[in-house]
Ligand binder design. Structure first.
Ligand code: 5RP
Length: 271
């Protein structure tokens, strides 16, 4: 691996081999979704605990201070919306030149395996990898399921993740599922877990993150289950404890309860 690529990968994946990415890219197809109406305000208290931020160029320029940012994974696919005909009909929205101008540590693109736009989204990934490799910029592939959330089983996710890696993604982002080790074992590049819509309880999220890590994920790219939580900082810190401090789901839940109950100054000291 050439120096630039290795350096960017090291910005994303920390010395312990793990990572906590904070995605706030959802507006590119969901608009001003709940708790992301003002991305800067949502991100501000979470930023100290994130290893990288997954974001579009629009929100990057409007919500992130270039003087005190974290490594950026630039969302470069889009062109569809939740009220349009088909979420899978994405194209590449942002050039590699723009990614370089914005000093991105990586670029991210969705692939929609099994959809009517499977071929198009996979060829988009191949094109992006061709350019990313030329400039030393890793590509994170997002195995998207559009509105078909029931697709999130090990067989489908292993298929989609493997294809993304075969086409050259350096990191694959996919959903947690029962038997998650099948997804990881079939994928020759690091796998990170996305969360999807808000789960019923904090403990449910902490359990699937912990289980995914035990089964070989290197970290998370988890958004709504953190920033839509009533206590986002507490949730972020609980997830971070699993990713970087080997906490169990129960220990992380105790931390969540402790931080959410603590006055602001005490919570800051407990870091
Ligand atoms: C949205 C994305 C998100 O980055 C990804 O789904 C993670 O966020 P969440 O945990 O909220 O699902 O790719 O297009």
């Amino acid at each position: 691996m050439d120096w630039g690529m290795a350096n960017r990968m090291a910005q994303l994946i920390q010395a312990d081999g793990h990572c906590l990415f904070m995605p706030i890219d959802h507006g590119y197809f969901l608009g001003p979704t709940h708790k992301l109406e003002k991305p800067a305000a949502t991100l501000e208290p979470l930023l100290p605990y994130a290893d990288a931020v997954f974001v579009t160029r629009g929100v990057l320029r409007s919500a992130l201070d270039p003087a005190r940012s974290k490594p950026i994974i630039l969302r470069v696919s889009g062109g569809t919306s939740t009220v349009g005909a088909d979420l899978a009909n994405e194209g590449i929205t942002t050039s590699m030149e723009e990614a370089i101008r914005l000093n991105a540590a990586a670029v991210g693109i969705s692939v929609f395996v099994g959809s009517d736009y499977e071929r198009q989204s996979l060829l988009n990934l191949g094109e992006l990898v061709n350019e990313g490799e030329r400039y030393g910029i890793p590509v994170m592939a997002v195995t998207a399921v559009g509105k078909e959330l029931e697709k999130r089983d090990a067989r489908y996710l292993a298929l989609a993740s493997r294809i993304a890696a075969e086409l050259g993604a350096r990191v694959v982002k996919t959903y947690w599922c029962e038997g998650f080790e099948k997804v990881v074992e079939g994928c020759p590049v690091p796998v990170v877990i996305a969360g999807g819509p808000q789960a019923d309880s904090e403990l449910e999220v902490l359990r699937f993150v912990h289980d995914g890590m035990q089964r070989g994920a290197i970290g998370v790219n988890l958004g709504r289950n953190i920033w839509q939580n009533e206590h986002p900082v507490a949730m972020m810190r609980a997830i971070r404890a699993i990713i970087h401090e080997e906490a169990t789901a129960k220990e992380a839940h105790e931390l969540y309860r402790e931080v959410k109950g603590a006055p602001a100054q005490v919570a800051a000291k407990a870091r």
